[in-house]
Design a protein around this ligand. Structure first.
Ligand code: 1HE
Length: 251
């Protein structure tokens, strides 16, 4: 923990943080703990790369049914990151590959450093994404770009990743954890209910009809605004006790 921000490090650097079954369970435990104890979370990779994706050595031994169950377990665990009470910030560097990109796609914000590269080599390995990538990653970058990446096996650099919506920030090499922590600490000061609405409602809106979305928005808007915390925050602003919105670069 850094203050009220949970710091979750992928810690299998000798295998480039390849995601084994044990690794998924360790991640699940860390995420559950953070959901209980923290107001925001940062996920980063120890070693030279963020994450090399699925542990291919385990996958070769699995039956089709075990494969489905494994994929469903990834969906559960990544879903606890995507839809929860706290926002997650992924600090990326080096390889963000296959399941590593699927994991990163479940976070709300991705901060890449200049060494980051993204790839989806599933086609080359004879497999398919199984950690939610065909839903989450495809929504971030769009089906055409994901199709291209999967068919050609191309790697894209951090700046292209930012243009393609795979990262919202690109920072100098070695600085992604620091930046993610700064952003997470800032998000942790928001009203919990507002963060909850941003995390859980915004991604669902595109699946609603326009009318349903607008009605939902009115309810959430009123529900958050009438909470005691909002009242206190609104009065604090009106009494000039809290900072104004700063111009870009002004913090
Ligand atoms: C691994 C894995 C892995 C590394 N599973 N063992 N993912 C991939 O296809 C990516 C495969 N990995 C790589 O392309 C490279 O390892 C990296 C570009 C990520 C890093 O390269 P490098 O030179 O820093 O490391 P390395 O020497 O390749 O790897 C170090 C060790 O980690 C080595 O083992 P060692 O016993 O020889 O030391 C590698 O075999 C091992 N290693 N990546 C198992 N992925 C739910 S569906 C999701 C589908 C996918 O994720 S498909 C993408 C799989």
């Amino acid at each position: 923990m850094r203050g009220n921000v949970a710091l979750v490090g992928l810690n299998r650097p000798e295998k480039r943080n390849a995601i084994s079954d044990r690794f998924v369970e360790a991640l699940a435990d860390a995420v559950e703990r953070a959901r209980r104890e923290a107001k925001a979370g940062v996920i980063f990779g120890n070693g030279r790369h963020f994450c090399a994706g699925l542990d291919l050595s385990e996958h070769v031994k699995k039956s089709a049914f075990e494969g489905v169950e494994g994929s469903r377990r990834w969906h559960e665990v990544f879903g606890r990151i995507e839809f929860g009470p706290i926002p997650w910030f992924c600090a990326l560097h080096g390889a963000v590959v296959g399941g590593g990109l699927e994991l990163a796609s479940s976070a709300q914000v991705r901060v890449a450093d200049e060494t980051t590269f993204f790839a989806l080599p599933e086609g080359q390995r004879g497999i398919f994404v199984g950690g939610g990538g065909s839903v989450r990653t495809a929504r971030l970058m769009g089906v055409a770009r994901m199709t291209d990446m999967m068919l050609t096996g191309r790697s894209i650099d951090a700046d292209t990743g930012e243009r393609w919506n795979l990262a919202q920030y690109v920072v100098p090499a070695g600085k992604s954890v620091e930046k993610a922590l700064e952003l997470a600490a800032r998000a942790a000061t928001n009203a919990e209910l507002s963060n909850y609405a941003v995390i859980n409602v915004l991604p669902r809106m595109p699946e609603m009809s326009r009318d349903d979305g607008l009605l939902m928005e009115s309810f959430i808007s009123s529900f958050t605004a009438t909470s005691p915390e909002a009242e206190e925050r609104l009065i604090a602003f009106l009494e000039k006790r809290v900072a104004k919105v700063a111009a870009p670069g002004g913090g």
